[in-house]
Design a protein around this ligand. Structure first.
Ligand code: PLP
Length: 295
């Protein structure tokens, strides 16, 4: 595997960083995961913009322009033979504060570490889209936005990892995290939607969650289909009363949820609105791919 590391592509065995990197020492960094459909990178500009927004929020200057990063993504796909008609790509950009003496002051690190990886995308098993997945409500709360904003896609992922550990122990696909007011926020790597009283609902950004790019596309798609949508404050009770529930993220797209804390959601099967949105999603995503220019 070819990996871009600080201005050049190297083989994975040579892609090593310092033990003094503040990404390693303190989780001081930001990242993005993207995917391609064949050669088209989905919502590339939005992912790159979010990366730069996350970096800005932690006072980290990314030493490469957005345009150069886009070129690096393309080269990473070509070198690793992914992002082809046969093989969709999974792409990850990580930017850490870089290597510096031990201590919290960002000024200790003179040069950020930039890593870009491209490998074959492995989507969730197809049967999960038919059966739906099981969630639990985590006892771990989502980070308080005024402590560490969930809008920052940071390499400090312990909040999500604690909730994921709970899901693994419970034999669930994932956990949904509540906020400081017991309102629903999101799952560990995805946003959550529910259908309640005929309206498609998703927690509002003020509840403390990542502004998911797939979330935004699904809201837009629902509006185009004349489905009533609402971004608001929802509780676990709303989830138990919901007729349908699903998750969204870049690599999973739309994943039905059929049980929460061992209670069936609706009739315990993926619901009609979830299936309709899933069915319409490919047409929508076709409008948002960035074509590779170099071949
Ligand atoms: N929420 C969290 C915590 C995530 O890590 C992710 C994706 O990685 C999402 C939501 C979904 O975001 P997107 O649709 O942009 O992939």
């Amino acid at each position: 595997m070819w990996i871009y590391l600080n201005s050049k592509f190297v083989k994975d065995e040579d892609a090593v960083i310092s033990v003094f990197d503040h990404g390693f020492l303190y989780g001081d960094g930001v990242y993005e995961t993207l995917r391609s459909y064949g050669p088209h990178i989905f919502m590339q500009d939005q992912h790159l913009s979010r990366l730069f927004r996350s970096a800005e929020a932690i006072g980290l200057t990314i030493p490469i322009s957005m345009k150069s990063l886009a070129d690096i993504l393309q080269e990473a796909m070509i070198r690793n033979e992914v992002g082809t008609d046969q093989r969709d790509a999974y792409l990850r950009i990580t930017v850490s504060r870089g290597a510096g003496d031990i201590g919290l002051d960002p000024a200790l690190c003179s040069s950020p570490t930039v890593v870009v990886m491209a490998k074959p995308l492995v989507p969730p098993a197809s049967h999960l889209y038919e059966t739906g997945v099981k969630l639990i409500v985590a006892s771990t709360k989502r980070n308080l936005p005024s402590a560490l904003s969930p809008q920052i896609k940071s390499t400090n992922f312990l909040n999500n990892i604690q909730a994921k550990r709970e899901a693994i122990v419970a034999g669930a696909f994932d956990s949904i995290l509540l906020n400081w007011e017991q309102h629903l926020t999101e799952c560990t790597i995805s946003n959550v939607f529910l259908v309640l009283n005929g309206t498609l609902r998703t927690p509002a950004l003020e509840c403390g969650l990542l502004d998911g790019i797939t979330r935004m596309i699904v809201i837009q798609l629902a509006r185009e289909l004349d489905i009533h949508t609402d971004e608001g404050r929802y509780t676990v009770d709303d989830l138990f009363k919901a007729d349908e529930c699903f998750l969204t993220n870049t690599s999973m797209e739309i994943m039905p949820v059929t049980s929460v804390d061992r209670r069936a959601v609706g009739d315990g099967k993926p619901g009609p609105l979830t299936l309709k949105l899933r069915e319409q999603f490919p047409a929508m995503r076709g409008r948002y791919g960035n074509r590779l220019h170099t071949r």
